[in-house]
Design a protein around this ligand. Structure first.
Ligand SMILES: Nc1ncnc2c1ncn2[C@@H]1O[C@H](COP(=O)(O)OP(=O)(O)OP(=O)(O)O)[C@@H](O)[C@H]1O
Ligand SMILES: [Mg+2]
Length: 211
């Protein structure tokens, strides 16, 4: 993890998966690693975004919704207006204007559940998925222009399929970016049907992006 962090800071995206049985210490390892980085000042220029998947089930794109809620300070108790205003100012701070940013804003609002879903009623599901993938990737790319990014996903075995697929697709395209993804997952808990997640978990620590 330590080596992967250094490599990621130098613009070679890295994925680390921490797998093991329940209670073996995956979350603790992640927590201690982040605390050690923080204590040594190495997170000063690094953004960290965290998502924790629950066994109770997740909405589509819940992992990304968690990342962006953290990024823009959107709390679950926020009213729709407050949440929308926070997203708008967060997006403005990332820069970019015009039609693309407006589209990204409404897709992000949709993923976070603060935008009326009927706005996308007329869009074909596959088309909507493509648009969401692109919008999420653009947002991550803009963030990466400001500095390195560490994404953590706890309990990946419970991630929704859309998030798992989007993580995979995004990382495939950001190989030369200062990006690190750390996932934790229980070994043996992944259904063979969940191809994306299965691929992610099968590799353990990967020094490249072919995971
Ligand atoms: N190296 C360690 N030294 C002391 N306590 C530890 C250590 N590793 C883990 N623990 C403790 O063991 C308990 C279980 O650890 P943790 O929650 O990290 O497990 P996990 O692998 O994430 O489990 P799960 O699959 O249920 O998420 C926690 O209370 C944690 O603080
Ligand atoms: Mg855990």
């Amino acid at each position: 993890m330590v080596a992967a962090f250094d490599e990621a800071l130098h613009g070679q995206a890295r994925v680390v998966s921490v797998t093991g049985e329940a209670g073996v210490g995956k979350s603790r390892l992640l927590e201690e690693w982040l605390a050690a980085l923080e204590a040594s000042g190495r997170l000063a220029s690094v953004s960290v975004r965290r998502a924790v998947c629950s066994s109770l089930g997740e909405q589509p794109y819940a992992v990304f919704a968690a990342f962006f809620r953290e990024a823009y300070g959107v709390a679950s108790a926020d009213s729709l207006e407050v949440a929308r205003a926070k997203l708008a100012s967060g997006l403005a701070a990332l820069g970019g204007e015009g039609e693309e940013t407006a589209t990204i804003a409404s897709l992000l609002g949709y993923v976070l559940g603060v935008e009326a879903a009927d706005r996308f009623r007329h869009v074909e599901p596959e088309q909507l998925k493509r648009q969401i993938f692109l919008a999420m990737r653009r947002l991550i790319e803009r963030r990466l222009q400001q500095g390195p990014l560490v994404l953590t996903v706890e309990n990946l075995q419970w991630a929704d399929a859309a998030s798992a697929e989007l993580l995979q697709s995004m990382l495939d395209r950001l190989v030369d970016q200062p990006l690190m993804l750390v996932v934790t997952a229980r070994s043996g808990a992944v259904s063979a049907a969940c191809t994306s997640r299965g691929r992610m978990l099968s590799s353990g620590y990967t020094s490249g992006m072919a995971w």
